[in-house]
Design a binder for this molecule. Sequence first.
Ligand SMILES: *Cc1c(COP(=O)(O)O)cnc(C)c1O
Length: 332
Amino acid sequence: MAYITISRDNFYYNLDQIRKKVGSIDKIAIVLKDNAYGHGLEIIAQLASQYGIQHAVVKNLDEAYCIERLFDTILILNGTPIEHPKFSFAINHLQTLQHIDHQAQIELKIDTGMHRNGINMTQIDEAIETIQTKKLNLKGVMTHYRSGDELSSELFWQQKNFKKIINKIKHHNLTNFRIHSQNSATTLRLNNFNEDLVRIGISAYGYNELGYAFQSITLKPIIKLYASKVASRRLHSNNRIGYGGEGSVADFSVVSTYDIGYSDGWLRATKNMPLDEGLQILGRISMDFLSINSDEEHICILHDAQKVAHYCDTISHEITTRLNPKIERVVI
Ligand SMILES: *Cc1c(COP(=O)(O)O)cnc(C)c1O
């Protein structure tokens, strides 16, 4: 059976690099959304908690309940606010604010330029007024950058916008809230961190998506995906392999079928992708199988999602988040 290994050492090495950048472990919020970027929500949450991280970020309430016992605070990026001692809710829209009539912990998301989610900068006065008249429980103010990993000044333009809004909120005598804006790219890129929290996703999993133009920190991927052999055969150069017959080998090569396919979240775009040590995926990916020029019992087909991502013209996030949660995960 196919399986996934998660390297504790590499995970902690990556967290060490982030901790050095931000100065303290208390300032790291580990982003565990979408099954911890496909790595496995519970496993990664447990490792992060054992490392000493107290703050987590998830996609929805289901994920939050799953890891509730392990953290002091859990920020839910997309959920209807409820009262809960550990949970806080990103407010993606002014209307959400207007509908709250209880003491759920809320974190105002400010749209400082990405134009995806958050309170419009022109609506901030209305938002503050709503919070004050309804005596809502403002726990945090946050934003998200659209170009942290790009060689441009856009990040600094958004930062300026964010600071303006923070000052405005403070002027209204709202003070006891935490401030956070940085994801992995901005945290790796910037120095002199002075907010309360960073929201760290992809870099904890071992991928630095910053371009070469930036001084970059080396990180270590933590996930490996192994496929196991199902059947072998010896083929000639005129034999064609798989759907559409798009795979082929040199004469008298051993070709085996392995138990990973696109139903496991493995991209079809890896058709004919080279692997290490002269191995290669042969032809198209089937729903449950793929072929490789080998007869090894187990083959590691993923040890660096960034490499696979380059081959498929996407980002490492997409390679790992798609991995089927049902594939067995082992911590090593
Ligand atoms: C996913 C996400 C992050 C983490 O981003 P990475 O680039 O993976 O570190 C941070 N903040 C928000 C709001 C997100 O949605």
